[in-house]
Design a protein around this ligand. Structure first.
Ligand SMILES: NC(=O)c1ccc[n+]([C@@H]2O[C@H](COP(=O)([O-])OP(=O)(O)OC[C@H]3O[C@@H](n4cnc5c(N)ncnc54)[C@H](OP(=O)(O)O)[C@@H]3O)[C@@H](O)[C@H]2O)c1
Length: 271
């Protein structure tokens, strides 16, 4: 049994994935999110069914929260672990974190990167799966403006931050050939992601009724996790649901990749 760290485990796709993976008995699940009561209820349900799960709470909206979470995980996790980056948000308006970052950039890119850095330095990881989004094809990443949300739009920022972190994973795979790294679009899933209030929220909830359930998506992700290998050493492959696809053209753009690396260096200096 190896450890599997699952961020965003309190709700939506993450909670469903935890329940699905618990059935296989293949992993000790490390359930990560902010909402401790929800995580503890999930861990208890898994343990009652004979699975293994522990709770590690942490906030991925601040750099100090990410560092502290990374350290807590290093203490708990044994080498050979799988990290599933699943936590994510779709912000509706520009809000800045205590670090001065736009919140979507912080949660979808900067903080998970710092958290992961601690685990890499402590040599805890063997595999990393990033739950990204097909919408990254609409992303543009501006090293000066995206981190602070100067180019904020409620559609664009989600795509930009998903693109940025996906490109980080390609670089992580290149610099860590010992890892098996995969980036994927999980499906179109009925969760609270991007929930809105008022008439727009009402229309959105009607639209979402036609989307697949988190349980269907979780079965798909479990099948992907059960694969022996996702990508050749030094590369991260891109899946749309269960199908491997060529990386979209925007992810090959040299200027965009340079912009992400520039921001990476700034984050490392802050780390
Ligand atoms: N739903 C879809 O159709 C869809 C499509 C493509 C990609 N995705 C991706 O799938 C992933 C999961 O999304 P979902 O639809 O399951 O969303 P969700 O139901 O809104 O769940 C989001 C999860 O992220 C966690 N999270 C949010 N902010 C956090 C923070 N500051 N610190 C730590 N954890 C935080 C939440 O936990 P707490 O609030 O307890 O902290 C929650 O467990 C996301 O990365 C999303 O971009 C979803």
């Amino acid at each position: 049994m190896t450890d599997l760290i699952l961020t965003g485990a309190s709700r939506g796709i993450g909670a469903a994935l935890a329940r699905a993976l618990a059935k296989s008995r293949e992993y000790r699940l490390i359930l990560v999110a902010r909402d401790r009561p929800r995580l503890e209820a999930l861990a208890s349900a898994i343990q009652k069914d004979g699975g293994e799960a522990i709770v590690v709470t942490g906030d991925l909206s601040t750099l100090s929260g990410a560092r502290a979470l990374g350290q807590r995980l290093v203490e708990q996790v044994t080498p050979g672990a799988t990290l599933v980056h699943n936590a994510g948000i779709w912000p509706s308006r520009r809000e800045l974190t205590v670090d001065g970052f736009e919140t979507g950039f912080a949660v979808n890119h900067a903080a998970p990167l710092l958290m992961q850095q601690a685990l890499l330095e402590a040599k805890r990881l063997r595999r990393i799966l990033l739950v990204s989004a097909g919408l990254l094809v609409k992303g543009r990443f501006d090293a000066a403006r995206t981190p602070i949300g100067e180019d904020f739009s409620s559609l664009r920022t989600y795509c930009d931050t998903k693109l940025g972190f996906a490109l980080e994973m390609r670089d992580v795979a290149a610099t860590h050939p010992e890892l098996d790294v995969l980036v994927l679009h999980p499906g179109v899933v009925r969760t609270d992601l991007g929930a809105r209030t008022g008439p727009i929220g009402w229309v959105l909830s009607l639209v979402k009724r036609g989307w697949e359930t988190p349980e269907v998506c979780a079965e798909r992700l479990s099948r992907i996790l059960a694969k022996e290998r996702w990508s050749p050493p030094g590369q991260a492959h891109w899946y749309v649901e269960e199908a491997e696809q060529p990386w979209p053209p925007v992810t090959e753009d040299a200027a965009t990749r340079r912009a992400v690396r520039e921001v990476h260096e700034r984050l490392r200096a802050m780390g």
